[in-house]
Design a protein around this ligand. Structure first.
Ligand SMILES: C[S@@+](CC[C@H](N)C(=O)[O-])C[C@H]1O[C@@H](n2cnc3c(N)ncnc32)[C@H](O)[C@@H]1O
Length: 289
């Protein structure tokens, strides 16, 4: 899955020693939508208030790893093996996730869509095939990933930093982002920037990893995430321990209600979560106020 490649902890730690340390405070046991430290079995100490403000962010925070230049280089280095790793690690389920996302977007009947953090363009291409007359733009800050997206047939691509898009306000009817928001240094800031470029009344769709709600499934999935996926992912991408970070980033990323609150606090109404494949990924949608 997401060869999903976010930089491994090891890769980033050895280049950027930072204050590492999960601060698991709070009651034991995960609650759906609450960040969780799988090692201690406790919820992480940060939460999101009703306004979507991140509270008590622990020292180990995704953003502290997601230094943009390192993230960009890392994705560039795995670009050629990214698609294969995704398909193998998700056992092909990623095709279905993107198809479902494209079906939802098609139902909104947009004239223009931007797929942000498009990577090798799989979601943008699925939408381009599903809606051949709609302007679909794939934006990413990795030239290497975009070159592959273009080679695969994506008509419009743009090199851009998701945190500072070189686009006018209200440029698109819809913005999508698949497995990208989690990698950005400031989730709320990124959502605000997406909102800015969506027309009033337009839509946002986020496709992102989450954890199954059923305890048995969640336990099995955690084992896969933290034990199996790093080994297989590293083998497929030839990046040693490239996937070590993925499990942690999924554990800590707001999901379910927490993500809906974050979206609503950033100016999206009618926020809805649709879990797929037993909840290992979720599609979030909302409408720009
Ligand atoms: C895990 S990949 C997801 C790619 C694709 N959306 C998919 O579904 O396979 C994350 C992508 O986000 C891009 N990315 C990360 N930080 C970014 C930023 N600040 N601005 C633009 N793109 C960014 C990376 O270059 C990478 O292509």
């Amino acid at each position: 899955m997401e060869a999903l490649l976010t930089p491994s902890r090891a890769q980033l730690e050895d280049k950027a020693p930072c204050n590492i340390g999960v601060s698991p405070v709070g009651s034991a046991g995960n609650q759906a939508g609450r960040p969780f430290d799988y090692r201690s079995g406790q919820a992480l100490s940060y939460d999101i208030d009703r306004q979507g403000k991140l509270l008590n962010v622990p020292l180990l925070d995704i953003a502290s790893y997601a230094e943009p230049e390192r993230v960009r280089k890392m994705f560039g280095s795995i670009a050629r093996r990214y698609d294969l790793a995704n398909h193998v690690l998700s056992c092909g389920a990623d095709f279905y996730w993107r198809k479902r996302a494209a079906d939802i977007v098609a139902g909104w009947r947009p004239s223009s869509v931007m797929d942000l953090a498009t990577g090798t363009g799989d979601l943008a291409l699925t939408m381009q095939r599903r809606m051949p007359n709609v302007e679909i733009l794939g934006a990413d800050f990795s030239e290497e990933m975009l070159a592959i997206a273009k080679h695969k047939g994506l008509r419009r691509v743009m090199t851009a930093d998701a945190m500072k898009l070189p686009l006018a306000d209200g440029s698109f009817d819809c913005v999508t982002i698949a497995f990208g928001l989690r990698n950005l240094p400031d989730w709320k800031g990124a959502l605000g920037e997406m909102r800015r470029v969506i027309k009033p009344g337009g839509h946002l769709l986020i496709l992102e990893f989450s954890l199954p709600r059923l305890p048995m499934l969640r336990a099995g999935y955690r084992f896969y995430l933290h034990r199996c996926l790093p080994i297989v992912g590293s083998f497929l991408t030839k990046q040693k321990s490239a996937y070590n970070y993925l499990g942690d980033s999924i554990e800590q990323f707001p999901s379910g209600d927490a993500m809906l609150r974050l979206m609503e606090s950033t100016g999206f109404a009618n926020a809805v979560a649709e879990p797929l494949t037993a909840g290992i990924v979720t599609i979030y949608t909302g409408q720009r106020v």
